[in-house]
Design a protein around this ligand. Sequence first.
Ligand code: HAM
Length: 437
Amino acid sequence: MALKITRPQGTEDITPKNINKWYTVEEIARETAMCFGFKEIRIPTFENTELFLRSVGETTDVVQKEMYTVKAKETEFTLRPEGTAGTIRAMLQNGMLNDALPQRAFYILSCFRHERPQAGRLREFHQFGLEMAGSGSPAADAEVISLAKTLLDRLGLRNIALNINSIGCPKCRCEYHKALRSYFAKREDELCDTCKTRLEKNPMRILDCKSPVCGEIAENAPVILDYLCNECSEHFETLKKYLNNLSIEFTVNPKIVRGLDYYTKTVFEFVTTDIGAQGTVCGGGRYDGLIEQLGGAATPALGFAMGIERILLTMESQGCQFMEEKTCDLYIAPMDASAADMAMNIAQKLRSDGYHAEYDVMNRGIKAQMKYANKIGAKFVLVVGGNELESGCAKLKLMETGEQFDIHLDDRFAKEFEDLAIRYMFNDIFEEFEEEK
Ligand code: HAM
């Protein structure tokens, strides 16, 4: 027997049974982003590897351990591990930063990281994210955080804590790096090999190393908040004031450094304890140096990304509501081959009116067809055969109650179906409407 091929470890299939959950998140995310003036951007799934080396950073876990890189005809490409680098590359390449600022773009995309799979941590996962380029004001930080919070609220999520921090700018980092080097140098021998090399090149990266020993050593390391320059400190204080003004609760967590190198000043995470160890559902921050680093004019920018799988896990664990699945409005059951044309024509007409209509394509007998109609949750069923074709009239069955209605099979069908559909399928709305009258 041929070997069954299964999906690669750390990937998931999103089957039609679950798709309404994804539609719920995607639709609410799109609507929310648009309320804040963001428009959608779509970027390639892979980019030149160089892009990620220069943005995410050569000493990060993502670049050092997790990228999927392929060599194709002498050129090296990498499957995007995140959306910021590609979005900023696209903003530059398409001249978007020469237009009115700030530029605001959101995205829904898949990302690829070779991490050890566990609940909430995948090798292919999906992000809803956004980037705003052009504003260095803390008002923009408050705006982006408020957007994330609004979206989480609209999804019906609760118990999600917002943690914020400032990781300063290259100016204040200079002193901070010195303090970190002298702290970690004392226990250099115990650090993992990757962190030994980070000690010289980028000691802040040791702070979010996933090795338990490095984590334990980092526990008492100096915190960046004690080293902020006046400008960064003022920026952070003003952001806190704005968040208070917007009644957005937060905790200052000086331990947040984020796993990507491009961040400056504000960083933030929304975290839940409801889905186990991988509880960060959203992460983001400011990256004022990135655009210049990628060849553009110095332009401050910021953004965030949410892991859609983690959002869904949290929504499921909290019993949040998902959009209702659309089911079949009318199932047409032809009794024999003579009624097939009629079934096709009726279905075609109803579909053009926007209804979900199906008819038998399995040559099943009536009993089996009724069973199938029940299984797919058809709201109405129409049985057509010799007698009905002759008389030009048939019985339309409302599946929920078993009630039957006479309906004409000629040009009148669509109108008569619509009247019944409004009366019975949208019953709640109809009753409300009647009451109001
Ligand atoms: P990130 O923190 O690396 O940031 O990822 C953002 C979110 O993606 C995480 O908070 C998490 O919900 C989800 N995520 C990350 N890795 C995985 C994984 N292996 N499996 C499942 N979900 C995962 C960024 O990607 C930045 N580009 C965010 C950003 C946008 N910063 C500024 N603009």
